[in-house]
Design a protein around this ligand. Structure first.
Ligand code: SF4
Length: 399
């Protein structure tokens, strides 16, 4: 498994696979062709079908700026090796200087066809929850200690930065009102949720309202192209920060304790990324929101000092009840159902941890099992339910 620095990326939304990945690819391509005077990008698959709504063209053009870059949306070509495929071509005086086929494989990561994978080194020797659990038990480690042992102290500085960026996105989201761009006329609602104090509000309702307000704040920032942290993706970036911030506020957990929880959540997200997928285009929303919920449940169980079995149960439950969840963003925008879905998943993560308090000993399903199931289910989903906006809510809304 790779470093958690590859999982938590700080950058601009609204989509790790549709804006961060293509933008990163365009920057690399531009640097590799310093003599070019113009560029062209052809987008295929999900990038072509939802790229406009996800601002893929804007991200690519900004990465090539000030040089001009044409962006073509090829929605016809099927039979692609990866659903997020793009061709980049550089020109000088109209003559082609070179071409890359690039895959945006999720979480902001890219692969270039025909080149040895530049994937970062694996820093975790073990890659199943079962194996990590056995190792931790043998050595008396918690999951965050395992992460620290594998990655070294540099991880801690990075996670502190991640936590700072998460808090900033909540703060900024709570302070911003208005309508999100894209044409759906979606109002930003984080401030509204945060400010409301209905008379006689009970503690449970207050908890739901605040957790949702924080999740809305981050997700609206993402939808508006603001800076967020992929956790594990842009579309699902609101779940983990909402759960962490609410519990820090309510119970006074220190930043250091939150950073440990982020490490624990990161190990869970990394396991899903390694053994299945965190890409909505590859496996539907279960891979994005399901993974985020699982990470948040694991992080919260760390804050509450729960043991390894309970953490596994909480993370498993959080994923299990997202199995089959489709990705069908209306108009290709990361707004409906995405923003609200982050809030619902944040509450579900808290529920999963509550269940883990009582039912861990009775469980039949392991975390590794549910991750494998998520991947197989995702591969079985029709492409219209995998970030193409051709089915589900996106289709019904259009009709
Ligand atoms: S529906 Fe889920 S997977 Fe699809 S764009 Fe929205 S948050 Fe991402």
């Amino acid at each position: 498994m790779e470093s958690l620095q590859e999982l938590y990326r700080i950058g601009r939304g609204p989509s790790s696979s549709h804006t961060m990945g293509p933008s990163f690819a365009a920057e690399r391509f531009r640097k590799a062709h310093p003599q070019a005077d113009s560029f062209q990008a052809v987008l295929y698959g999900s990038l072509a079908k939802t790229g406009r709504g996800h601002l893929t063209d804007v991200a690519i053009q900004e990465a090539f700026a000030p040089l001009p870059a044409g962006v073509i949306f090829n929605t016809q070509q099927a039979d692609l090796k990866h659903p997020n495929t793009m061709d980049l071509e550089a020109f000088r005086d109209g003559e082609s200087l070179g071409k890359w086929r690039v895959y945006s494989v999720g979480g902001g990561k890219i692969e270039i066809e025909g080149r040895p994978s530049e994937n970062p080194q694996d820093v975790y020797p073990l890659s199943t929850f079962d194996a990590i659990k056995a190792y931790c038990r043998e050595n008396g480690l918690r999951l965050w200690e395992y992460a620290k042992a594998c990655e070294g102290p540099a991880l801690w500085d990075y996670l502190r930065e991640v936590w700072g960026a998460m808090l900033a996105s909540i703060r900024h989201g709570l302070g911003t009102e208005g309508t999100l761009r894209g044409g759906l006329d979606v109002q930003r609602k984080a401030t509204l949720l945060h400010r409301q104090h209905p008379a006689g509000e009970n503690p449970e309702t207050r908890e739901n309202r605040l957790v949702c307000a924080y999740a809305f704040a981050v997700s609206e920032e993402n939808a508006g192209g603001g800076v967020i942290v992929t956790a594990p993706t842009c579309g699902a970036c609101g779940v983990l920060p909402a759960v962490m911030r609410y519990h820090q506020e309510r119970y006074g957990f220190s930043d250091e304790e939150i950073v440990r929880a982020l490490a624990t959540a990161g190990v869970v997200g990394d396991l899903i990324k390694t053994n299945a997928s965190i890409s909505g285009a590859e496996c539907g929303c279960q891979a994005e929101i399901g993974s985020a919920c699982s990470m948040a449940a694991a992080g919260l169980s760390e804050l509450f000092g729960m043991d390894l079995e309970q953490t596994e149960y909480a993370a498993e439950v959080a994923m299990e009840h997202h199995l089959g969840l489709t990705c069908d963003p209306i108009a290709g925008l990361v707004q409906i159902p995405c923003i609200e879905r982050n809030a619902v998943a944040a509450m579900r993560a808290i529920n999963a941890v509550s269940l883990a308090n009582f039912l861990t000993d009775t469980r039949k399903i392991s975390f590794d099992m549910v991750v494998r199931t998520m991947y197989e289910t995702g591969r079985d989903l029709f492409s219209k339910y995998r970030e193409t906006s051709e089915g589900g809510l996106a289709k019904t809304y259009r009709e």
